[in-house]
Design a binder for this molecule. Sequence first.
Ligand SMILES: *Cc1c(COP(=O)(O)O)cnc(C)c1O
Length: 403
Amino acid sequence: MIPFSPPRIDQRVIDEVTSALTSGWITTGPRTKLFEKQLTEYCGNKCTVAVSSWTAGMELILRWWGIGPGDEVIIPAITYCASANVVIHAGAKPVMVDINPDDFNISVEAIRKAITSKTKAIMPVDIAGLPCDYDAIFAIVNEPSIKSLFQANSDYQRKLGRILIAADAAHSFGATYKGKRSGAIADVSCFSFHAVKNLTTAEGGTMSINLPDSFDHEEIYKELCIKILHGQSKDALAKAQKGNWRYDVVEPGFKCNMTDIQAAIGLIELDRFQENLDRRKAICLGYNDGFKNESWALLPKMKDEKRETCYHLYQLRIGGASEVQRDAIMQAIFDQDVSVNVHFQPLPILTAYKKRGYKMEDYPEAWDKYQNEITLPVYFDLTDAQVQIVIQAVKNAVKQVLG
Ligand SMILES: *Cc1c(COP(=O)(O)O)cnc(C)c1O
């Protein structure tokens, strides 16, 4: 069986995790701090706080920004459920909008139509690793008529004076937009280092901040580090220093810090990230090559003048297939011992969101893309021979189902 997305665990990772384990310090400490510093250098943003997951990081960002009951956050209808859930957990309303006709990313025109005086943030999701059109999104939030609609209800909101762009960058670590790396494009970006992502720490993520220069990023870093550890004025490492046991709790904070064991994996992953990215790109181009002469194959957009994906996911679409046929094609692929997936089921077809009144018919592009989409395996250890096996399995399956 060719698995869908196994982690790359080799002796280097095992050795680094072992050194963390035997170092005498396993929770947030020197490795996490080094990892944060290297992430900031790599992405080119202003500060990075490592956390236990994307989900914990993004919920904290929304709360930190003063987003809560009565507020709205715009998200796309196709994304992982986490994008909607963090908005709900913060007490605000996720306003779902449709996606583009030519990729899986949020439609900028649909964003414009959804903005109200309650809109506090827009959460573009860089699906598969392809950055959204951030220039166009920033242009909208900076339009005088949209700015005058904006009603700030926290100091940070007043200081920014417009809607916050908080990117769901769970897929886009290493992707570029006009020469900038993901993390340094939006006001705030959260990465996910979950086991299936293109850079992993088993579980983990970041709050990567890149607000305008008028914000004090050193202060923001300190403030967020306090928030991820119960509002304690000192973290565990500082408290462990000689005679330094007493601390204050300055606010009722959260508990979502990253451990040095996770950071140990992340340091190795980051060190060899380019090698991973090159391999992923070669696999995706191999798939393009394998399918380019098939009349049914709709190949994913991976690059244009402004941006390039980090090749996190290869989203193939089977032109003309219905949802039922797509499911049958997937089954026929599984029957040939190849694992595939779907990214994603649109949120409005899932019970939690249906119950809240979201309707699939309001998002025709999302349905159109979802119904014939199949995500193929992409990871460092996938060999060229396996890529050919996957291509053949897909072709056989399509032939079997569509004739
Ligand atoms: C994986 C993922 C998340 C959640 O990340 P966690 O680290 O598991 O919390 C959020 N958004 C998208 C688009 C994802 O794929």
